[in-house]
Design a protein around this ligand. Structure first.
Ligand code: ZN
Length: 558
């Protein structure tokens, strides 16, 4: 072989080798890509619960939202337009437990923000825990933990699935809305302490605040956010989706002659830090603390998927004070829209646009203010407990010859004085039956039922199922009251609004998923709040929580 043919041989050989190498590289990339597809998970999940956000707020203020907040969720994400709460009562602690456990109160044990232990008579606040201490401030506001939550959460399941390599953090102004979503195994849950105006935690999680949280607290952001009055973001005459500013059914801040802008919250803040809760700036503070938590823990940069839960609570405080048709609520949503846009931009930079999965929902909605409804001739009124409980007690005394047969009225549940009933050898079933029959005759009460015999009660769906899903006999009285639509518990002449009932205004909530592998789209199929966690479990290929009764929203996972 002379030189030229040697050269060609080497060349041929090299080409062959290179060819094999290229095939090898391509096939390994291909198989790696396939493996990666099978195991693909987002770097970070952010669950945002907007407190008291009704579904219709997405559209009521749609034309005034910017492109990067609520509209980004709707335009880029997948929206479940008919998401409902499938239990009673529609309260904050209950909603957060169900969103993050896929369960219902009958199983997860969180039957209200408060309840009475039916065996001991002890009053419980949902997250109170006298065995732990406050971290980050003096006082007892940190004596909190998730120990009353009887089930695991999706956040717990993520921690277990990754052998605790995932980090989970919960943030809210409200202790319960930080603690319950983050679950039993969280790395941290942080909430706002009014006395110190600091974010705090409890010894359940840690013995000292992380440095980043201390630094955040030292910055006095609440004071800075309230260094001006609360005025409207845009000229007040552009708030055409709301009533006049000065209406009789709105609440007032301390010292105000009328419930009108500008609200002088700066002066109030000097002595009462909790005023920030009832302004849109409480949401700004919460999202800024959440941003500090992402940076502090470097969430979304580890090997395993991290999970951040955020509750924006100021929408609830403002809603309670002014009601859904106020300029104050409109302004609060327009400002939250801007705060969300800022937060999403931060996540784009920090974690990467396609690397995080965000979902936004609400723990409950809200009724229109009763004054507003009455002004427009729509049936609504206050259900006054003093007009129910004392007369019922008197009626039972007359009927059975024994005084004080009732023991509590909480979350629309009535419980009975079992000791008295036993001592006087009364027929408990007869006492309950007489109570139901009395209650059903009262104005404003649409249904009353003994839940132990709910199968026999002439109550239509979906109310009956919501009653069953909300009933834990250890934590709820057996007789329940369902008010007329538009009615809710309160005192005649009361201002603002509340929530807690089965009706669409309290139970029709937004649910939008965005980012990572979520395709754009929407469904009008009715889904439940308890479907959120199993859907996340399916997306991540992890086990669903241990009390889960929800179903996967397959429009999102397919
Ligand atoms: Zn509320």
């Amino acid at each position: 072989m002379h030189k030229a043919s040697w050269f060609i041989f080497i060349k041929k050989n090299m080409v062959k080798k290179i060819f094999i190498l290229i095939i090898f590289i391509f096939s390994s990339i291909f198989s790696f890509a396939q493996n990666e597809k099978n195991l693909s998970r987002p770097k970070l999940i952010v669950g945002i619960v907007v407190d008291q956000m009704r579904w219709d707020y997405l559209y009521r203020y749609y034309d005034r939202y910017g492109d990067d907040g609520f509209k980004r969720l709707l335009h880029d994400g997948f929206t479940c337009e008919n998401t409902f709460i499938n239990y009673l009562p529609s309260y904050t602690a209950v909603g957060h437990s169900v969103i993050f456990s896929g369960s219902v109160p009958a199983i997860d044990g969180i039957v209200g923000n408060d309840w009475i232990d039916q065996l001991t008579g002890k009053h419980w606040y949902c997250t109170e825990d006298s065995t732990v201490e406050t971290v980050g401030a003096a006082g007892t506001d940190g004596e909190m933990s998730p120990h009353n939550l009887l089930v695991s959460t999706i956040t717990d399941e993520l921690r277990i699935a990754t052998n605790f390599q995932s980090r989970v953090v919960g943030v809210s102004l409200k202790d319960r809305a930080a603690i319950l979503p983050a679950g039993h195994t969280a790395n941290g849950a942080f909430w706002f302490d009014d006395a110190s105006a600091h974010f705090i935690t409890s010894t359940y999680y840690m013995n000292d605040l992380p440095d980043w949280a201390k630094k955040f607290n030292e910055n006095n952001e609440p004071g800075k956010l309230l260094s001006n009055q609360w005025n409207t973001l845009y000229p007040i005459n552009t708030y055409t989706q709301s009533t006049n500013d000065n209406v009789s059914w709105e609440g007032k801040f301390k010292g105000e002659a009328a419930p009108v802008f500008p609200h002088n919250v700066k002066n109030i803040y000097t002595n009462e830090h909790d005023v920030i809760r009832s302004t849109p700036f409480g949401n700004t503070l919460t999202l800024d603390f959440a941003t500090a938590a992402v940076n502090g823990y470097d969430l979304g940069t580890g090997k395993a998927t991290d999970f951040l839960t955020i509750n924006c609570a100021s929408t609830d405080y403002v809603g309670h004070k002014y009601g859904p048709n106020s300029i104050e609520i409109e302004d609060t949503y327009l400002r939250l829209d801007k705060d969300l846009a800022t937060f999403f931009h931060f996540l784009d930079e920090k974690v990467g646009k396609d690397n995080y999965l965000v979902f936004l929902t609400a723990d409950h909605g809200a009724a229109n203010a009763i004054g507003f409804m009455q002004a427009h001739h729509i049936p609504a009124d206050f259900l006054e407990s003093k007009k129910i409980i004392a007369p019922l007690n008197e009626f039972l005394s007359a009927q059975f010859g024994v005084e004080n047969l009732l023991s509590s009225f909480v979350n629309y549940h009535i419980s009975f004085n079992l000791k008295n009933i036993q001592e006087h050898k009364l027929d408990y079933e007869a006492v309950k039956k007489a109570s139901v029959s009395f209650l059903q005759k009262q104005p404003g009460i649409q249904f009353a039922a003994d839940i132990d015999h709910i199968g026999d009660a002439p109550i239509p769906e979906p109310i009956k199922t919501k009653i069953i899903n909300g009933y834990d006999s250890k934590r709820c009285g057996p007789v329940i009251i369902i008010p007329d639509p538009g009615w809710f518990g309160g005192q005649e002449g009361g201002t603002g609004t509340t929530h807690g009932n089965w009706n669409p205004y309290d139970t029709h909530i937004p649910l939008i998923f965005m980012g990572w592998e979520i395709k754009h789209g929407s469904t009008n199929r009715m889904v439940n709040m308890s479907d959120i966690s199993p859907t996340i479990a399916a997306l991540l290929h992890i086990q669903m929580p241990d009390g889960n009764v929800g179903k996967v929203i397959s429009e999102i996972t397919n």
